[in-house]
Ligand binder design. Structure first.
Ligand code: MN
Length: 245
């Protein structure tokens, strides 16, 4: 099995080194990741300039690794072109959660989405960062267990996985779609110019069975996702109530 590994935190993140190490137990691993951080880039792709890649062996002993001057989605497109026999794309382990509405902004998840668009299985993996760096050695048994579970199923699929700092088990979950407050915090830069920070505060508690709820309760959250965003119920309603021709 050929496993392509990428992320949105950049190739020097400890999260991608940990993932490459763990994934190499399951097959041949190739790392192809952005040369700088691309968090919250979502599914951006580079169309106005060429992409290039450079060998990047730092943190990946014995594993082929490349850094790319592009986005996470670019890395997957380029990687699956160069390694045509790629069976699965793993993206992460992101330093920060990708839960609920956060999925819309996520570069980590976009890389897994790009894989599925190209006909390859895609799995995004993330963990929150508290006051200290994530302990990837402590998470390793759960990462391994999750990969064993998801790699067993060879049908095309997209999964979003989030690890709490100290897991006590695993749960299949659905996405928590709840309103949040897009709070803007103003500040002043060293030159005295005004600037703003975009912060997000959930307005409602997480519902049981969702990704947010699982991680808040110390479970690994595994959410199967689909790319079709169509609101089937509303489509039926509007076709009936407001026919167009
Ligand atoms: Mn990130």
């Amino acid at each position: 099995m050929t496993i392509l590994i990428t992320n949105d935190d950049g190739i020097y993140s400890p999260g991608i080194a940990a993932l490459a190490r763990i994934a190499s137990k399951f097959g041949k691993v190739v790392v192809i990741a952005p040369d700088v951080e691309q968090s919250s880039m979502g599914h951006a792709v580079t169309h106005s300039r060429p992409l290039s890649l450079k060998k990047s062996p730092i943190s990946f002993e014995g594993i082929e690794a490349w850094r790319v001057n592009g986005t996470p989605a670019d890395c997957v497109a380029l990687g699956s072109h160069l390694y045509a026999h790629t069976d699965v794309v793993l993206s992460g382990i992101n330093m920060g959660p990708n839960l609920g509405n956060g999925m819309w902004h996520s570069g980590t998840l976009a890389a897994a989405k790009q894989a599925v668009l190209l006909g390859i299985r895609g799995i995004a993996l993330s963990t929150p960062v508290g006051k200290t760096e994530p302990d990837f050695d402590a998470l390793a048994p759960y990462v391994e267990k999750t990969l064993a579970l998801l790699l067993e199923n060879t049908s095309l699929g997209l999964y979003n996985v989030n690890f709490p700092p100290q897991p006590k088990g695993m749960k299949w979950t659905r996405q928590s779609v709840r309103l949040y407050d897009g709070h803007i915090v103003p500040g002043v830069d060293p030159m005295g110019r005004k600037h703003y920070w975009f912060t997000v505060t959930p307005l409602e508690p997480a519902e049981e069975g969702t990704d947010r709820w699982a991680v808040e309760n110390d479970y690994v959250s595994i959410t199967p996702l689909r790319l079709d965003l169509t609101d089937e119920q509303r489509l039926k309603e509007v076709m009936k109530a407001q026919p167009v021709s």
